[in-house]
Design a protein around this ligand. Structure first.
Ligand SMILES: NC(=O)c1ccc[n+]([C@@H]2O[C@H](COP(=O)([O-])OP(=O)(O)OC[C@H]3O[C@@H](n4cnc5c(N)ncnc54)[C@H](OP(=O)(O)O)[C@@H]3O)[C@@H](O)[C@H]2O)c1
Length: 286
């Protein structure tokens, strides 16, 4: 039976690894903060001592890490994934990173005879728990085919977008749009509050017409309840806007709206809201 590894048990990684274990796949897990492995081990996973050890014990290793720096650290660092890589093994990185980071990891993995797939995901804590993510894979086709039985337990829509870089870029485009929507939403709610309109009424009007969407519905309810427990941490939204602006720079694409939104999220981070949900932007604009 094929063996699987999972590196990074944050909000998303823990939920995704749990779904693999529940589906009956043998999974070895590792997390920088070891405590987060406990629940997975209780659910049936094996604990790995390092990324290298996990990769060496697995046919396919999945990673779900915070940002480009974390993805690089776990791959290239001491006892990193690369040290355990060997011919035929697979490495699937779900982290949201820039295309350049993804390609560097691909080059290193393939130089050891391994295969690489980037697979950033769209969807937050609840879709990760429910196995209904949208998976934006790109890279080695044979690894995609081999990983598909696992990916099908994690996502409701699984795409193969071509060469490595396309998944990263698709994810960055989607999240740049999402960040802009959140900023417009929060400013609109703040303006409404200043104008002495009821929050519930504004949300109801939005939800009744062409602007209705699941994100406004979900995050609007959270804002109304003052609940900013992180499903998607604000610091990661700001990271994605930074990646989008960098991509815009590289491609000479003006992104004046995203640049302004990025400043808003930076201010919110500076005010200590980085670990709260990205809807906590409301507290910074109000
Ligand atoms: N949450 C969402 O709604 C969502 C949706 C789609 C995509 N994403 C993307 O998915 C990725 C993970 O998001 P998340 O919400 O699960 O984040 P998270 O809860 O902050 O988890 C981040 C993970 O990265 C690890 N990490 C951070 N820096 C590290 C380093 N230098 N070395 C080793 N491990 C490191 C953390 O380990 P520790 O536990 O030790 O800190 C943790 O396991 C991000 O790229 C994010 O943009 C998130």
């Amino acid at each position: 039976m094929k063996q699987f590894g999972f590196l990074g048990l944050g909000i998303m990684g823990a939920a995704m690894a749990r779904n693999l274990v529940r589906a009956g796949f043998p999974v070895t897990v590792w997390n920088r903060t070891p405590d987060k492995c406990r629940e997975l081990v209780e659910a049936g996973a094996v604990r790995g001592t390092s990324p290298a050890a996990v990769v060496a014990a697995s046919d396919i290793t999945f990673a779900m890490l915070a940002d480009p720096a974390a993805a690089r650290e776990v791959c290239f660092g001491p006892e990193g994934a690369l040290a355990g890589m060997a011919a035929g093994r697979g490495y699937v990185d779900f982290s949201t990173v820039d295309a350049e980071t993804s390609r560097e990891i691909e080059a290193a993995i393939t130089s050891r005879g391994g295969r690489f797939l980037e697979a950033p995901v769209s969807g937050s804590r609840k879709p990760a728990e429910d196995g209904t993510l949208i998976i934006l894979a790109a890279g080695d086709r044979s690894l995609y085919d081999e990983a598909l039985p696992c990916l099908e337990k994690l996502g409701k829509k699984i795409l193969h977008l071509g060469p490595v870089g396309n998944g990263a870029r698709m994810k960055i485009v989607v999240n740049m749009i999402m960040g802009g929507m959140m900023a417009a939403f929060c400013e609109g709610l703040a303006l409404g509050a200043q104008a002495e309109l009821g929050l519930a009424e504004i949300l109801d009007v939005l939800d009744s017409g062409a602007l209705a969407n699941p994100m406004f519905r979900l995050k609007g309810a959270g804002i109304a309840a003052g609940n900013y427990a992180p499903a998607f941490p604000l610091k990661h939204m700001q990271k994605d806007l930074r990646l989008a602006i960098d991509l815009g720079d590289r491609l000479d694409q003006p992104l004046s709206c995203a640049a302004a939104v990025n400043e808003r999220f930076k201010e919110a981070k500076q005010r200590g809201l980085g670990d709260e949900d990205f809807s906590a932007l409301f507290k910074a604009v109000r």
